[in-house]
Design a protein around this ligand. Structure first.
Ligand code: C6P
Length: 399
């Protein structure tokens, strides 16, 4: 696929903001959607809409078949052993809540521990607290690298789970989750990986990582909002009690007793967001067509350019400088509040995120209120990185 074709696949990128062409650098929050994804949503509602797994009629059969095809696409995307190990959810948050709630009900008692990293998103902290666990955070260096020796020392007879981000949304660090899985398993503890920021940047192989659970959201990988995935190893999912009760997740219901459906349906109570799942399928096709290696290479070029040029802006302080990080650049500019920098960038048509990025413990670790975060995707260009750096130069001289 030609680069110009990739860029022009995203209609929203043609917008203007405050009289400037939009430069969208908030991709870690959500990516824009290519036309093929928008078309998949329109096509579903204009010609395929039906509930799935239920009706005897033609439309129900068509919708069910297309929905289940996407499960196969997800299986291939993350190299799961079986499509039965792929559960559709509303997103990473719901995927982690599903595991924390179901696993917690069965395994977590007051005083039991879950090891998390110090750079987790709140979505991988709060569900474990709600499940009643005490959290043992793995510290990280100023660069944003996890302290693996301390990690090994955090295990105790009460450790029930390791829950860690594959990629930090604030620092961009890629954590060594395959090594962490080996350590966790040596202690007889399962590991959940939060892949929200990984799937759009890296090729993910859940069998090579040997993780027990892997969670991600569609909307950060060019798919619609409202759909995500909880992958679990078959044996783990078989053991886990259901999350929500309702239609589709049962095999037999009476007022005395209910038996549950087989995998993955046991975890998919109620009518799912079929259109969004089909949109996810279209997004996976799009990513496959572009090639994940090409995406990674292009984003790495943008990242290196950004670091080189932003380093020349006076007062620039990067937060998160780990080797091999993905294309997420968090920074502070002199003593300016991140919100002020973000607002000034917005006036120039440049969209970034500011604040704590739902990682307040990271901010506490650095003793800062928040950061400005620019995050790049396949459709961003070197010219846009240049424009960001010029804008930051101007802001730096104004402040
Ligand atoms: N991070 C960001 O701007 P949901 O909202 O369920 O799609 O994803 C939650 C989530 C979980 N883990 C990580 C590592 C994440 O980055 C996110 C979402 C967005 O950084 C919104 S706060």
């Amino acid at each position: 696929m030609l680069y110009s074709d990739i860029r022009s696949s995203f209609p929203l990128l043609d917008s203007t903001v405050h009289g400037h062409p939009l430069i969208y650098l908030d991709n870690a929050a959500t990516t824009q959607k290519p036309q093929v994804v928008i078309d998949a949503l329109c096509r579903y509602y204009s010609s395929q809409n039906s509930n799935i797994h239920r009706g005897a009629h033609h439309l129900a059969a068509v919708a069910t078949e297309m929905f289940e095809e996407v499960r196969g696409k997800v299986q291939r995307l993350i190299n799961a052993k079986s499509s039965d190990e792929v559960v559709f959810t509303r997103g990473t948050t719901e995927s982690i809540n599903l595991v924390a709630s179901s696993f917690g009900r069965q395994n977590i008692r007051p005083g039991d521990e879950v090891i998390v990293s110090g750079m987790e998103h709140h979505s991988n902290i709060v569900p474990w607290q709600l499940a009643g666990a005490s959290l043992r955070p793995i510290p990280f260096s100023d660069e944003g690298v996890l302290d693996m020796q301390t990690f090994e020392r955090l295990f105790s007879p009460r450790t029930r789970m390791v829950a860690v981000a594959h990629v930090s949304n604030t620092l961009g660090t890629v954590n060594p989750v395959a090594d962490m899985a080996r350590v966790a398993h040596a202690h007889g503890v399962p590991i959940l990986v939060d892949g929200a920021q990984a799937v759009s940047h890296l090729s993910v192989d859940v069998q090579a990582l040997d993780c027990d659970f892997y969670c991600f959201s569609g909307h950060k990988m060019y798919a619609p909002m409202g759909v995500g995935v909880m992958y679990g190893k078959r044996e783990r999912l078989e053991e886990l009690p259901p999350y929500q009760g309702g239609g589709e997740m049962i095999s037999d219901v009476s007022f005395e007793k209910t038996t549950f459906n087989s995998l993955p349906f046991k975890f998919e109570a109620g009518t799912p967001s079929v259109a969004d799942v089909l949109g996810l399928g279209a997004a996976i096709d799009f990513m496959m067509q572009v090639g994940i290696d090409n995406i990674a290479q292009h984003e790495e070029m943008l990242l290196q350019l950004a670091i080189e040029k932003m380093s020349q802006v006076s007062g620039m302080r990067f937060i998160g400088t780990a080797k091999g990080k993905v294309s997420v650049v968090s920074f502070l500019l002199g003593s300016a509040h991140p919100y002020d920098v973000g607002t000034l960038l917005d006036q120039m048509g440049i969209a970034v995120r500011t604040g704590h990025h739902c990682t307040q413990p990271v901010m506490q670790r650095y003793g800062i209120p928040g950061t400005v975060r620019a995050s790049f995707a396949i459709y961003n260009t070197a010219d846009e990185v240049d424009a960001l750096c010029h804008a930051l130069q101007r802001i730096s001289s104004m402040l």
